[in-house]
Design a protein around this ligand. Structure first.
Ligand code: NDP
Ligand code: 2IT
Length: 460
């Protein structure tokens, strides 16, 4: 590689013009896709130095190609509720990029699901999957279906109807879905069952996040949350800090959040607050995780019910106020854009030391700027929450080999992958003139692998 210092003014100008032109193009083409534009903007801002050193990415039109998904599939999902009333939702699968492997990414069931959210998630997934070092491309899917208040049978019928259409487009070497918001083991079971029924066989590797009693990997459920904490611990270590003895806030109380709390506690942190979409709880004695699992994982109850067991805790129905509680480490693990500039200011004013993004794009652009300006350690989502998909790829390997690794084996591999991702981000940030900036490092390291594969595979 030529040195960044050797880059001529002309090469810099060419790179800047290229990034600007492509961004204007995608802004015009996707003008109403706020989240997608937010995600692409962040990547574009990071990549300027890459294009000034690698004009071959410009001549190969990498950025134009990488911001237009291979395909977007949308479809009707019709289903009957328990009263026999027919409902229609919209299903999606965005197959973004398959230069590194089959499309891979979760399925989200949430009323907010739309094309912009699906595209931002699939775009981010492409970079995240590249960072894991495993052979997986990027995709995402879902439906604007609200699982809240639905019976078990309604969820089953919805999941089966969704899969009846999606089954035409996926396969263990084509596209491998997993869970995301509103989709856990139960929903995956129904979709996996329906896929196999339609295909008349048993294709273990077509879905990940399956129950370990029937084809899933041990450690997948815990992987995203644990991985986020492993990544943040690496970042803290560099500054002589640690989870041990720290006060931590984790938003959400779903899959990612629960296991981020568990690992943070195992490393000696005190988790003092968590939330769901109807409010947050604050327990200054430290959250009791057994109660959280009982409420959310086992019984689908609301977080405010925590107070029935722990009356000394406080409940506040404004979820966003969770960030006004002073803490050392904040782990947003619920959803996109949950930390805005106002929340970031509060966290900074209360001397937060580190942010770890367990959710996908949980911090707005303005919030990220605030953290970086104030030298708050920042672990960006595509690196920090890659542990989930990394163990998904391990599940694919185990399914192919028709054998199962122990929980310890999976956890050891997960820890190694999170360390490797951390090092790749640090190295890329250093090589491209922004030492210590993990946001830029993650974007560049994730990009380079995909871009090189795209050059190798020719213009398509
Ligand atoms: P879950 O559905 O298991 O949990 C989501 C949690 O966030 C719930 O507590 C939910 O509350 C809360 N929540 C959802 N939407 C909102 C909202 N608009 N405002 C406030 N709270 C909200 O999802 P996951 O834990 O799987 O996913 C959480 C995040 O992590 C998402 O951004 C997802 O994309 C990302 N992620 C997930 C991975 C995985 O392996 N599952 C991997 C990598 C990233 P309630 O109970 O009220 O619905
Ligand atoms: O955002 C994500 O990385 C996920 N929802 C998990 C994807 C996967 O295929 O395990």
């Amino acid at each position: 590689m030529t040195n960044l210092n050797d880059v001529t003014k002309d090469a810099k100008k060419l790179a800047n013009d290229y990034v600007h032109e492509v961004y204007e193009l995608i802004k015009k083409r996707n003008s109403d896709e706020t989240e997608f534009l937010q995600a692409t903007r962040e990547i574009f801002d990071s990549l300027r130095p890459v294009f000034s050193l690698h004009p071959e990415y410009i001549s190969n039109g990498i950025l134009e190609r990488l911001t237009e998904p291979d395909r977007i599939i949308t479809f009707r999902v019709a289903w009957e509720d328990d009263q026999g009333k027919v409902h229609v939702n919209r299903g999606y699968r965005v197959q973004f990029n398959s230069d590194l492997g089959p499309y891979k990414g979760g399925i989200r069931f949430h009323p907010s699901v739309n094309t912009s959210i699906m595209k931002f998630l699939a775009f981010e997934q492409t970079f995240k999957n590249s960072l894991t070092g495993q052979p997986i491309g990027g995709g995402k899917g879902g439906a604007d279906f609200d699982p809240k208040g639905k019976s078990e049978r309604e969820i089953m019928r919805f999941a089966q109807s969704f899969m009846t259409e999606l089954s035409k487009y996926i396969g263990s070497d084509v596209d491998v879905p997993a869970g995301d918001i509103g989709v856990g083991r139960r929903e995956i079971g129904y979709m996996f069952g329906q896929y196999n029924r339609l295909k008349g066989g048993y294709e273990a590797g077509v879905f990940t996040g399956k129950d370990p009693n029937h084809g899933g990997s041990l450690g997948r459920k815990e992987a995203t949350g644990y991985g986020t904490v492993y990544f943040v611990e690496e970042m803290l270590k560099e500054k002589g800090l640690s989870f041990a003895g720290s006060k931590v806030i984790v938003s959400g109380s779903g899959n990612v959040s629960t296991y981020a709390m568990e690992k943070a506690m195992q490393l000696g942190a005190k988790v003092i607050a968590c939330s769901d979409s109807s409010g947050y709880i604050y327990d200054e004695n430290g959250i009791n995780l057994k109660t959280i699992k009982y409420l959310k994982e086992e019984n689908n109850l609301r977080i405010r019910d925590y107070l029935k067991e722990h009356p000394e805790a406080e409940f506040n129905e404004d979820c966003s106020k969770i960030w006004s509680i002073p803490c050392d480490i904040a782990l947003p693990c619920a959803t996109q854009n949950e930390i805005d500039e106002k929340a970031a200011r509060l966290l900074v004013a209360n001397s937060v030391k580190a942010i770890g993004e367990g959710a996908n794009m949980p911090c707005t652009k303005e919030a990220v700027v605030r953290f970086v300006e104030n030298e708050v350690l920042f672990a960006p989502a595509k690196a920090a929450n890659a542990g989930g998909v990394a163990v998904s790829a391990m599940e694919m390997s185990q399914n192919s080999m028709r054998l199962s690794w122990t929980e310890e084996e999976v956890d050891e591999k997960l820890q190694q992958i999170m360390k490797n991702i951390y090092i790749s981000c640090l190295n890329a940030a250093r090589d491209y003139g922004r030492p210590g900036n993990l946001i830029i490092g993650a974007n560049i390291a994730g990009f380079l692998k995909v871009a090189n594969a795209m050059v190798a595979h020719g213009v398509r």
